[in-house]
Design a protein. Sequence first.
Length: 296
Amino acid sequence: MDWDKLRIFHAVAEAGSFTHAGDTLNLSQSAVSRQVSALEESLRAPLFHRHARGLILTEQGDMLYRTVKDVFHKLSMAEALISESRERPSGPLRVTTTVAFGTTWLTPRIREFLDLFPEVEMSLILSDSTLDLSMREADVAIRMTPPRQPDLVQRHLLTVQSHVYGSPDYLAERGTPMVPQDLDQHALIVYGDDPAPPVATLNWLVDAGAGPGHGRKPVLRVNNLYGIYRAVRSGLGLAALPDYMISENTYLTRVLPELAGPAIDAYFVYAEELRQSKRVGVFRDFLLRKVAEGNF
């Protein structure tokens, strides 16, 4: 297959029309159309369904597009690595982690990292679902469970502890539990079960010290730890929250300080092909330094 035709095909698939692809490539609409038609002829397969409102990939076209997109990504990565070998860490760095860790711990520290390495183009993808690093949905991930894929490099980042927290307003109204059994009489906020929690032990508070026959019914289920945090701050109830979410000036109080949830190990994870990347290396080292400075 002719590489120049594949380049034009990729631009058309991304743009969804010959005209928009031509604008991107500085080619006429007719020239773009001819190149795609020639590629279809050489493959003996239609790549697009043509209709009045634009173009839609055929099954064969979608197969080719995914392959060409992967090749473009690898070429872009090779270019970035070659550039990094000569210069300071630079280029795009897409980082994914959970919404709670990303919003409360990671984002406040990004400014310091970018002050140190301004040539790095940082993107944060915050999601409680797991992105596929091998498919380049992100470059690196901070995960609360160890990866199972053999082609991923992992480095232990920190151990996350969780405790019970409530707002001063809630505690003034409902009282402070003195022993775990007292939680039977309190409003509890837990992680929702649709979808299932990203870590199986997140809802340990439901059973912690529960008295015989006291099945605790949560006052609210939220499928996001940051949402639970905001609900606790509003005075709705008590919840088990990771300590990294609670800073010294946070408007929350730890109760039952001797009661802690199961420890969760967080990992810095990236694809094997990025092992030599300077931008990945400096970001990993930066995070390890910030964890060492903190209190977890």
